[in-house]
Design a protein around this ligand. Structure first.
Ligand code: CMP
Length: 144
């Protein structure tokens, strides 16, 4: 749990750094395609962020609230503030492997694919963190 908290903190620091330093707000808004943008999005409880099989363009970090990772009607995991999702489809260039639904009022940082790619190649710790999560999440799926 302590390790998880440290990871969450690191992702958050990376995102804040990204928003403020690497991609100053003005610059972010000058960009044209969604894959190059970082933005915020809000959802109400029960709303879907995306569904299994959807094409993937973004990586998400939870600012506030919780989501459920769904395999059909089965809740595979619940994620909260500082957690991230949507990395698998981007890294593996395939459609979304699970549906993600807001469990509460939800506020997300939405990181476009191009930004995510540049961010993870520039930030070793972030890349490791994401790779670690993918390993653990994939094992979860296999062991089901
Ligand atoms: P992606 O396949 O892009 O979209 C669904 C997301 O759910 C996936 O990326 C992961 O971020 C997340 N996910 C899948 N399986 C798990 C799991 N077992 N635990 C936590 N998150 C998961």
């Amino acid at each position: 749990a302590a390790k998880l908290a440290t990871w969450s903190k690191r992702v958050r620091v990376a995102i804040d750094w990204l928003l403020q330093a690497v991609f100053p707000r003005d610059l972010v808004h000058l960009k044209t395609t969604t894959t190059q943008r970082v933005s915020r999005a809000c959802y109400q409880p029960g709303e879907f962020v995306f569904r299994r099989g959807d094409p993937a363009t973004d990586f998400y970090v939870i600012e506030r609230g919780e989501v459920e990772i769904l395999d059909g009607d089965v809740v595979r995991a619940t994620l909260g503030p500082g957690d991230f999702f949507g990395e698998m489809a981007l890294l593996e260039s395939r459609p979304r492997g699970a549906s993600v639904r807001a469990r509460t009022v939800l506020e997300l940082d939405v990181v476009g694919r191009d930004v995510f790619t540049r961010m993870s190649s520039a930030l070793g710790p972030l890349r490791d963190l994401v790779a670690d999560a993918v390993r653990r999440r994939r094992i979860d799926v296999w062991n089901r």
